[in-house]
Design a binder for this molecule. Structure first.
Ligand code: SF4
Length: 264
């Protein structure tokens, strides 16, 4: 028992050291450097209008065709202003899918989710606590195109905003289709917006985190739920390093879940 506790304390100390080094690289942000991709303000997001029971439980397409559909998509206004659609990245057989709210400036420019400062921090957390690489998990967002305050200026920094309920509703089916294809055991929602949308609840992340939930959409039929573990968006850790300990606890819960589920 004593040995176990000492091991846990060592793990936590190593994690905090690694994140401290990472945060020190980023903070304080040099003047002129933009804020992390996720905006500070959290919108009031209503649950999506789709009724879980009405959703199909078989994938309609393969991942490449789905990605092509997203690349051509103009179902909402975001599709007209984006530089690149940001479909998702990682293992298509991942046991865990990390979901954020939407792409920011860097992601829009590179066409890949979580590549800015918060993305680098997410990679460190995945590596340090889970012992996995970015390529072992899958990373995606609720909306696939960059929500901008001013869609006329995609090259401007500080132009991020949260997606609207309408944009979320238009894009949400793509995420569920990705989940049907990957068949993960677990979804980690990053931040309040992703958590509210995927759990269909209207509570902030600090209230909801610290336990697991069943994904309310039956993607694989009754009796085959996906576990949802909510945690802070890495951008929140960049703003408030005090949150990293709670994030560590959430990731340890994920690690133990994955070990029981038998792999990454
Ligand atoms: S955000 Fe989603 S629904 Fe809107 S245009 Fe982009 S891919 Fe289509």
């Amino acid at each position: 028992m004593k040995r176990e506790l000492a091991g846990t304390a060592r793990d936590l100390a190593a994690y905090l050291r690694t994140l401290d080094e990472n945060l020190a690289e980023f903070s304080p942000a040099p003047s002129g450097v933009r804020s992390p991709s996720a905006p500070a303000a959290v919108p009031s997001v209503k649950p999506p209008p789709e009724s879980p029971s009405k959703m199909q439980n078989k994938p309609a397409v393969d991942m490449d065709s789905l990605s092509e559909q997203v690349n051509k998509c103009r179902k909402c206004g975001l599709g007209h202003a984006r530089l690149n659609a940001v479909f998702g990245v990682g293992s298509r057989k991942a046991k865990v899918v990390f979901v954020g709210e939407g792409p920011g400036f860097q992601e829009d420019h590179r066409g890949e989710p979580f590549v800015g400062r918060s993305g680098q921090l997410l990679d460190k957390i995945i590596e340090t606590v889970l012992g996995l690489k970015r390529s072992d998990v899958y990373i995606a967002n609720i909306v696939k195109c960059h929500p901008m305050k001013n869609p006329e200026t995609p090259e401007a920094h500080g132009n991020d905003r949260p997606p609207t309920p309408e944009e979320i509703s238009a894009c949400r089916p793509y995420l569920d289709e990705q989940l049907r294809l990957i068949k993960p055991a677990c979804i980690v929602t990053l931040g309040s917006v992703a958590t509210k949308v995927l759990l269909g609840i209207d509570k902030g992340i600090s209230t909801v985190r610290g336990r697991s939930y069943d994904y309310p959409v039956e993607l694989f039929g009754p009796g085959h739920p996906i576990t949802v573990i909510p945690t802070y968006h890495p951008a929140a850790l960049l703003r408030n390093p005090n949150l990293k300990r709670d994030t560590w606890e959430d990731m340890k819960m994920l690690k133990s879940f994955l070990e029981k589920a038998g792999g990454e």
